[in-house]
Structures are given as structure tokens and as C-alpha cells.
Write a protein of this length. Sequence first.
Length: 147
Amino acid sequence: MALPEITEQLLAAKKAKGITFADLEKVVGRDEVWIAAVIYRQASADAEEAKKIASALDLGEVYAAALTECPYKGCLDQTIPTDPLIYRFYEIMQVYGMPVKSVVHEKFGDGIMSAIDFRIDVEKEEDPKGDRVKIVMNGKFLPYKKW
């Protein structure tokens, strides 16, 4: 998968500084997955948030300005499911898949989450503005082995 050039530059600066998404969470005051989504150009930051991200990475105003632009979301293959609920999961992975992958790798290393040793919980949360779906996925981490 080809990443936008700005994403490659932001990730390179993040790596060079030795900063994690959790570190950026403390600086920006937003969740680490959301910050990763901004860096992967799946979300946009406001001017203050973008300035904090760029500053933490020692990058200039050009980068901060770019992070405020509305991104073109979704960059996975184009096999699109037709069931509305399944499509929403597809959409979620289009937008947050790469950011979540990066956060998992930062926390666990190079590997995957098992779909065999795995739990998923679906909960209903009552909300006066409309009930909410809460989904919790819990899978064993499986590191890639060297041989």
C-alpha cells in the first residue's frame, strides 16, 4: 500500500525523534489512534492540534497546515461489501486500520492479533441522543517468528 508522501515524512520524523503515538497523545490531548489517523491522513486536525503535532516532530508550519486539510479517506483495496453493517466495519478499517496497526506494533512489536484466540463483545449503551454500539475486540498477540 502506497502511503501519501506527507505520511512517510511524518512517520520518518516521528521515528527519528523516538516519539510514540502515546507521547503525541500527551502533547496534543487527543487519543493516540486519532493522532495516528491524522498522520496517516485519515483524519484532519484543527490548527492548534496540527501545530502541536508538527512542533513535537520538529517540523514546520507547512506540515501543520497540511494536517488541517480534509483528507481523502480510505486507501485499502476496493472490494466493497454490500451489507450495510459489514460495510461499516470495512469503512472503519479503511479509516482506522493503518493507525491501529501502528499503535499495536508500537505496543507489542511486529505481529498480529489472533482471530482464533479471540473475543469480541458487542454491547448496547443507552444514550439520550441515540443508543450506541460498543464493540470490544480482544485477541491474543502473535509475534512473527524469525527463522
